[in-house]
Design a protein around this ligand. Structure first.
Ligand code: ADP
Ligand code: MG
Ligand code: MG
Ligand code: MG
Length: 394
């Protein structure tokens, strides 16, 4: 190794500006402002703007550890490469739904991308009453196109396996395996259970029927390499306005079960709906039925036009696959709900409910739904039934 070989360094607001100029993303003499705006758990996000030109860029950098924990929890820098590569891959199929990527540097674990600051993070917008009328139409299309294109229905298995190797992402998958699928269902030290909720948590942790079904779902997550997933598609990974939708933050991308991304979107939308007054709920419940309807329409069209599998035309095969994807999605939605109620990372709009009794009821209702989705996932045939289940518990 030569002494001049570059090595990783965490950016500061000053070095981030220098980098933007080196990359010639701005004129050398431009007056630039930089702020670190990251609000996620894992990474640094620098926004660099040239006020005079009303232009900005984003530099996202992975740290060699988990941002909110610190150096005590090391985490692979390769997640930045996975994120960049996944965004580039998605752009081949749905460029309208991802930020443009300007530059990637594996050594510095950096992705330089389009500034989406004219949009709002959906989780934040939903909590303040926005509804984003096109959200589920866009996300349904995003899901169907990215998931179909990377599945065995669109790719020769040989090529799919090669792509899967590129998205080998064991450290990030392990976080999901632990923090979504496992810890929330045991009395684990990383859980965050408020005292009033403790009796309900203890029921959950002792529920053998639930634990068996949850174990099966975790195994499905680990073993079913069906398509290239986003892997972290909660409402904090989506920017939107009333017209536009952009998916960010696919550092958890890997080959997994198609229902996982769908289930995460449904669960987080449903939790926002539960946190709302009844009058504001319908606009969000619409997204739960619509995301699935759009997914099915788009996936079915792609299946008819582009399926490379010899069995594709066989009567009932598409319907079988859709039913299987839906069942997984319902179960994964249940796992995600449990994680947001009992685990480490909660649903902010539920936590924001000030009145103890009201907040407790919302959490209890969410837990009842989460349990039902996990245990009874095979009984659900369509998303209208999910909405009905919600309406029965509230
Ligand atoms: P993490 O992996 O740490 O969760 P995210 O990719 O979710 O990081 O980004 C954290 C925050 O940074 C987002 O919630 C958003 O506020 C901001 N951000 C990320 N990407 C962009 C972007 N392309 N344009 C504008 N803001 C962004
Ligand atoms: Mg994030
Ligand atoms: Mg992230
Ligand atoms: Mg069934």
């Amino acid at each position: 190794m030569t002494r001049s070989e570059p090595s990783y360094e965490a950016l500061t607001e000053t070095t981030a500006i220098a980098l933007a100029k080196t990359l010639e993303l701005f004129n050398a003499d431009a007056d630039l402002i930089c702020h670190e705006i990251g609000d996620g758990n894992l990474n640094m996000v620098f926004r660099i703007t040239e006020p005079a030109a009303k232009r900005g860029i984003i530099i996202k950098q992975a740290l060699p550890y988990v941002r909110v924990i610190g150096e005590g929890w090391p985490l692979t820098l390769n997640r930045a490469v996975i994120e960049s590569e996944a965004l580039r891959h998605f752009a081949q199929h749905v460029p309208q739904y991802v930020p443009e990527i300007y530059y990637t540097d594996p050594t510095y674990a950096i992705t330089v991308m389009e500034d989406l600051s004219h949009l709002t993070i959906v989780r934040t917008g939903l909590a303040s009453g926005s509804t984003y009328p096109l959200l589920s139409t866009h996300i349904g299309e995003f899901l169907a196109k990215t998931l179909f294109a990377t599945s065995d229905f669109a790719m020769e298995p040989q090529n799919k396996r090669e792509l899967a190797l590129q998205f080998h992402n064991p450290e990030l998958c392990k976080i999901t395996e632990n923090f979504v699928f496992t810890y929330p269902l045991f009395d684990h030290e990383t859980n965050d259970v408020e005292p009033l909720l403790r009796p309900i948590a203890e029921q959950i942790w002792g529920d053998q029927v639930l634990l068996l079904e949850a174990a099966k779902l975790k195994q499905t997550f680990i073993t079913h390499a069906e398509a290239l997933l986003h892997g972290d598609l909660h409402t904090g990974s989506i920017f939107a306005s009333d017209e536009e939708t952009k998916v960010i933050d696919p550092e958890f991308a890997f080959y997994g079960p198609i229902g996982f991304d769908i289930g995460l979107f449904i669960a987080n939308t449903l939790l926002s709906a539960l946190a709302r007054e009844e009058s504001g709920r319908d606009a969000l419940l619409f997204h739960i039925t619509n995301v699935w309807d759009i997914f099915v329409d788009t996936f079915s069209t792609l299946w008819q036009q582009h399926n490379v599998e010899d069995f594709a035309p066989i009567q009932g095969y598409l319907e079988y696959q859709l039913q299987h994807i839906f069942e997984d999605a319902v179960g994964f939605a249940g796992s995600e709900i449990m994680r947001r109620i009992f685990g480490l990372a909660h649903a902010r709009d539920i936590e924001a409910i000030v009145e103890d009794n009201h907040r407790l009821i919302v959490k209890r209702n969410a837990a009842a739904l989460g349990r039902d989705f996990i245990v009874n996932r095979s009984l659900y045939q369509n998303p209208v039934q999910l909405v009905q289940a919600l309406q029965q518990v509230v």
